[in-house]
Ligand binder design. Structure first.
Ligand SMILES: C[S@@+](CC[C@H](N)C(=O)[O-])C[C@H]1O[C@@H](n2cnc3c(N)ncnc32)[C@H](O)[C@@H]1O
Length: 296
């Protein structure tokens, strides 16, 4: 009986670190069995809210995460001041949190992300994407995902076929299909992401349009895509750039996200003397997203 009561209590933990180090936080949470979290954009900082059952293990798990965060600067990532707050919440407020997480979220004007079993889709205006959670990226809450979504919406309506490199939960592939792409290929090198993306494709009845494959960057990718979406980190983006002409044609569009704004000059320099012209540059917090078009 005591154990049951314990299980109804949770520790709500809030951590705030620099954006540039935020990607390192998610694997630390996953290592401790935490599958869901909520990210809050704080300009150059990122806030992350997650929950641990208030049983005997919670303190050890939280301490491990905290220590590893302090060690991040040894690996060249600067978390800045690590701000945190721990609150105990009881079963009633926990129910409220679950309830809130089940609410549809408007990620962009006219683009909604809803939980898998959400029934009331008709009352939402615009494109609705059902997503099974569990991953940091791909919920639509991260600025680099939002930037990519906005660029796809504004520049790639009806573009087909589309390649989504680093598909994660499949959110960008689903958005492209929802915006008219008849054929989308999503690639990820993480087998768990591939499984999740396939589940999400099924949830949205997009199996005809979207194929999700396991792969490393563009290795083994064949075809000529009218649109390519890439939301991965700068080193991988730079590795992929010289190979983009092989899988595109003149006039093809390219959405790039996952860049930190301060990395933009490095990125722009790499596009000089290439057939790619930067058409649109957008910034959200520390992140930048771009749309480019192949001229020749
Ligand atoms: C920043 S997340 C983007 C997820 C999703 N597209 C979004 O916009 O929310 C990057 C994704 O790229 C994948 N990835 C990283 N390196 C990769 C590589 N070398 N080849 C293929 N996918 C990769 C990761 O597994 C992750 O799912």
């Amino acid at each position: 009986m005591l154990l049951e009561c314990d299980q109804l209590k949770f520790k709500e933990i809030y951590v705030e670190i620099n954006y540039e180090a935020s990607e390192a936080l998610y694997p630390l949470l996953e290592e401790q069995g935490i599958e869901g979290w909520h990210c809050l954009d704080k300009g150059s900082r990122m806030g992350c809210l997650f929950y641990l059952p208030a049983n005997r293990q919670w303190e050890k798990k939280w301490e491990t995460i905290r220590q590893k965060l302090y060690q991040l600067s040894n690996s060249g990532l600067e978390p800045g001041p690590i701000v945190f707050d721990v609150q105990e919440i009881n079963s009633r407020s926990w129910e409220k949190i679950i309830e809130e997480a089940r609410e549809p979220r408007q990620v962009l004007a006219g683009l909604w992300v809803v939980p898998p079993d959400f029934k009331d889709v008709e009352r939402l205006e615009g494109l609705t994407i059902k997503l099974k959670g569990g991953m940091a990226f791909g919920t639509g809450d991260h600025p680099s995902t939002r930037l990519a979504l906005g660029l796809v919406r504004d520049w790639m309506q009806g573009c087909s076929p589309v390649l989504d490199l680093g598909t994660g939960s499949g959110i960008l592939a689903l958005a492209a299909a929802g915006m008219g792409a008849q054929k989308v290929v999503g690639i990820d090198n993480d087998p768990e992401a591939v499984l999740l993306a396939r589940e999400n494709v099924k949830l949205n009845n997009r199996e005809k349009e979207i194929e999700i494959v396991t792969g490393n960057l563009l290795q083994g990718v064949k075809g000529s895509f009218s649109g390519v979406i890439i939301n991965i980190l700068l080193p991988e983006i730079l590795e992929v750039l010289p190979h983009l002409e092989r899988i595109t044609r003149p006039g093809s569009g390219l959405v790039i996200s996952g860049l930190l704004f301060r990395q933009f000059p490095v990125f722009r320099d790499r596009f000089q003397n290439t057939p790619w012209e930067i058409i649109d540059t957008r910034v959200e917090g520390d992140w930048a997203g771009l749309f480019l078009q192949r001229k020749g």
